[in-house]
Ligand binder design. Sequence first.
Ligand code: SER
Length: 591
Amino acid sequence: MNTKELREKFFQFYKGYDHKLIPSASLLPENDPTVLFTTAGMHPLVPFLLGSPHPEGKRLVNVQKCIRTQDIDDVGDAWHSTFFEMLGYWSLGDYFKKEAIERTFAFLTKQLGFDANSLAVTVFMGEGSIPSDEESYSIWKNLGFSNDQIFKLGKEENFWGPAGMTGPCGPCSETFFVTTPNCNFGRTDCSPACKCGRYVELCNNVFMQYDKKGDGSFTLLPQKNVDFGMGLLRVVSIFNHLNSIYESDVYSASMQYLKSLSNELTIEQRRIIVDHIQAAMFAIGDGIRPNNVGAGYIVRRLLRRAFRLANQAKLQKEYIEKLVKSYGHVYEVQYPEIIAKQSEILQAIYEEEDKFVLALGQGLKYFEKELERLQARSKADNQTVISGQTAFYMFETFGFPLEVTQEIAKERGFSVDVAGFTLSFQEHQEKSRMAGDKLFKGGLADNSETVTKLHTATHLLHEALRKVLGPHVEQKGSNITAERLRFDFSHPNKLTDEELKKVETLVNEQIQKQLSISVNDMSIDDAQVSGAIGLFESKYGARVSVYSIGNFSKEICGGPHVKNTSELGRFSIKKEEASSRGVRRIKAVLD
Ligand code: SER
């Protein structure tokens, strides 16, 4: 079974239980300020998990493109990647634990043929104000699981979400494949929480019944949901008795190809290159360009890490095109955008490669000077160690890996303070983590009133831009915090002061007109015919919600919105700037 067949098997199984297939959303989370990328299938569904009715009903199924960067340093091992596809299904206030667990079990054992004895599961043991999940425990027991196949674990392991600081969350029940009879670390208390690699996670049923509030308390959601996720490549690889996801059909051709190009690349390095180029390709395909902030910065780091390794192994540039084309072949049916935007993607990657080559040259120049200075000084104090900060500066600013800095240093009789480098690196990670937390805190995942108002203002801005600049204006990104909206859109030139004024006035006129907002559910074709703007990427004849603001704007969207534009206050544009080539960015507020 290959990945295409597994996707299809999963869809068919859940369609059999009346789930509607919905398309994969963009990797760029729309209107969700709490995350840089879509990290799970539930992100685009947050409003519906909180209680808004979904136009497709209460049972959904899909495969979602995801990027998770927290494991970036683990990429290179057998099971980690930054980009992955998550198979998911949801019950939005419909069935709950019994059906969910029984179907997961049936899918794994009857559809995929996994031996129940090779599986282990976890349930929530209870912690704080949330009680232990006895119900899931007995459901697994009734399915024949023995006590030593069911592990009760705490919040750290068995409570999922919220994705940001607030929002839907709940206890979960994970299913694992047991790879070895005993703990690989020799521990007697080995469990799925152990990092020895004995238990590989296959999937997770999250029983989303709580809403975490800003003050840290949990309230019950108006409905009980099931949010299920399964790593497509992990399952297909284990099913096929492979030792790594990098042996699966998605990666095997590109791994082989890199091997044929150079003996200098280790298997870990090849895994890093194929994963990072793939993640960057999908991110660029969804409109994220390499730059120095947020998601764009992650794309830059992914690409530069891959370039650096390729550069060391003296690969010629064409490996990039070969890899991107190989992925195009693998994904053309599931993600046709990768083919449609292939030349755009390649151009963006090559531009970044050019910049990187320049940075490498600049880095060498800087390092030469630094070495001269140190050589002069060492004559006086015999000091031949390059500080960890300098090595980290080389890494951070010029993309120099520690090993390269060490090699050049060694040629001049210097060594590098590796412990100092690690310390600087950790400090930097801590700062990034804190910045990440701040991002969570700065943004509101709880659909607060301010965010809702800014969301409606975003629709007004979008339409106003189209009226003033022309219909070529298309949304390329949207990010809303409690303070401001940020809207990226396609337009070739900087906006003039006059154009900005016109747009601002047009939005404020709609606010003064006290237009009411209405929502209609319709098929995607009807939405298109009705003149609604938004993403028409569905391949499944999906139903969508169309929000109308008076007769001014009509846009496909998941909501939520205010009821009347009179609630918005005064709209003012604070900044207009370039976001990337052909894409402008506006930041605006409501006073
Ligand atoms: N949201 C859950 C997860 O990411 C289930 O999909 O594991």
